[in-house]
Design a protein around this ligand. Structure first.
Ligand code: NI
Length: 168
């Protein structure tokens, strides 16, 4: 297993739209293992392939307290089943150090495939609902900072660009 490099805002590669996964092979399994290891190492609760510069529709999530319940969603979709919104202070491994309140639908049905290609569905609510929606956004080139004001987004961009220059 290996730790993958996580792209950081405003890297333009985070804006790419990912394409569907069509091949379920050992290579995909290795990618998922690496993404999980990368997510745990960075102390995150979710990671989309886009964030590690792989533009395929897959994500890994672990919202459990003990970080022992990894979930993999391949070709995921989220269908809103209740209009109720919930607010959550979101962060992102691609926007390190920043947290902003975002509202999203509270409950939805997630449809996806597992690593063997088998389809499954689950009802998502609470933090899992927020997290799945946040990660699916990544696959569509969208970031949580797109939901906040342009002024706040620009401030975050400036700060991260400064950090990137320092570490370059
Ligand atoms: Ni994120």
């Amino acid at each position: 297993m290996s730790i993958l490099q996580i792209l950081e805002f405003p890297d333009p590669r985070l804006r790419k739209t990912a394409s569907p996964v069509t091949v379920f092979d050992a290579k995909l399994e290795v990618l998922i293992e690496d993404m999980l290891e990368t997510m745990y190492e960075a102390d995150g609760i979710g990671l989309a392939a886009t964030q590690v510069n792989v533009h395929k529709r897959l994500l890994v999530i672990d919202v459990s307290e003990n970080k022992d319940s990894p979930q993999t969603f391949i070709n995921p979709s989220f269908e809103i089943i209740e209009d109720e919104l919930v607010e959550y202070d979101e962060g992102c491994l691609s926007v390190p150090g920043f947290y902003e309140t975002v509202s999203r639908p509270a409950i939805g049905k997630v449809s996806a495939q597992d690593l063997t290609g088998e389809a499954f569905e689950l009802d998502a609510y609470g933090i899992l609902s927020t997290c799945v929606q946040h990660e699916i956004d990544h696959l569509n080139g969208k970031l949580f900072v797109d939901y906040i004001s342009a002024l706040k987004r620009q401030r975050i961009r400036n700060k991260l660009e400064k950090e990137h220059k320092k570490s370059a």
